[in-house]
Design a protein around this ligand. Structure first.
Ligand code: CP
Ligand code: NVA
Length: 325
């Protein structure tokens, strides 16, 4: 994981701040906490007395509620901090905000427009910083999605996910998280929305070690042929502008029943949400029998809890040493 300059503090800014064995141990811990939560296991107050600060530059339903509910379930406290309510909104620097919050809280989560902002926060924070979505990556979603895929497909090895749409923050995190767990990822996107070359190279380098293949395709039909997971995201992300040219370029990447049929009846459909039915996916697929979108949303809760427990308790030793049991 990324290390801050002052002392050894772990930050999750992009998925690959975790090594493959660490990512897999984190997902295993999330599955364990999920089972314990469902069984009403009392050991859940692992974070009593701990506080999470959540900075939001843009809206959120899942990320905010899953972190806040997760912290409450673990006996800790979460603070929702909109930039409009913080002095950040009046020009206080990110560096000063990071230094001050670090004196009060145990961990910071931030959802930002520019990835550089969350990097700056981590540079000056003396507590762990979690990227709750930037324009570059959405690691807590990517990692949680790997749990959902494992639950539905039984594992990652030899399995393939095809992502159709703009190669945005979500596509980057799927490529990185997929590579970490050994899942093949095909990114099908128009040239106007190509993946970041550095992220792609990083994902491919990890995949070379874990046995996965991360590839880019212009043709959505070629990308989905026989895959296990068809994934899409909004065509226009928060902070981006929709243009007629962009929407036209993305039209062939819409997930339809025909696309799902090309993947095959075994394929599951995934979307990080929120979604626009009739744009990136038609309602028949989104609400159809192959869709696992609400399992995905639920798993954010369990993954966030595992991450917080790993960062703030001795269980972190197990995750950061990459032990899965
Ligand atoms: N998937 C996701 O991050 O949702 P929110 O924008 O609602 O947090
Ligand atoms: N790519 C989307 C993801 C939302 C969870 C966005 O950034 O708006």
């Amino acid at each position: 994981m990324a290390v801050s300059s002052a002392k050894t503090v772990f930050h999750l800014l992009t998925d690959d701040d975790l090594a493959p064995e660490q990512a897999q141990a984190l997902i295993a811990l999330a599955a364990e906490l999920k089972a314990q939560h469902q069984a009403g296991h009392p050991q859940h107050h692992l974070l009593r007395g701990k506080t999470l600060a959540m900075i939001f530059q843009k809206p959120s339903t899942r990320t905010r509620v899953a972190f806040e509910a997760g912290m409450a379930q673990l006996g800790g406290h979460a603070l929702y901090l909109s930039t409009n309510d913080l002095q950040l909104g009046r020009g206080e620097t990110i560096a000063d905000t990071a230094r001050v919050l670090s004196r009060y809280v145990d961990v910071i989560m931030a959802r930002v427009f520019k990835h550089a902002d969350v990097v700056e926060l981590a540079t000056y924070a003396t507590v762990p910083v979690i990227n709750g979505l930037s324009d570059l990556a959405h690691p807590t979603q990517g990692l949680a999605d790997m749990l959902t895929i494992k639950e539905h497909l039984g594992g990652w090895e030899g399995r393939t996910l095809a992502y159709l749409g703009c190669a945005n923050n979500m596509a980057h995190s799927l490529a990185l998280s997929g590579a970490l767990v050994g899942l093949n990822v095909r990114l099908a996107c128009p040239p106007v929305c190509a993946p970041d070359a550095t992220i792609l190279a990083r994902a491919q380098a990890i995949a070379a070690k874990t046995g996965a293949q991360i590839t880019v395709h212009a043709d959505p039909w070629e990308a989905v042929a026989g895959v296990d997971v068809v994934y899409t995201d909004v065509w226009v992300s928060m902070g981006q502008q929709a243009t007629p040219t962009l929407l036209e370029a993305l039209r062939p990447y819409q997930v339809t029943p025909a696309i799902m049929a090309a993947a095959g009846p075994q394929a599951i459909f995934m979307h990080c949400l929120p979604m626009y039915r009739g744009q990136e996916v038609v309602a028949e697929v989104a609400d159809g029998p192959q869709s696992v979108i609400f399992d995905q949303a639920e798993n954010r809760l369990h993954l966030h809890k595992a991450l917080l427990v790993a960062l703030l308790t001795d269980a972190g030793t197990r995750v950061f040493s990459g032990t899965t049991a």
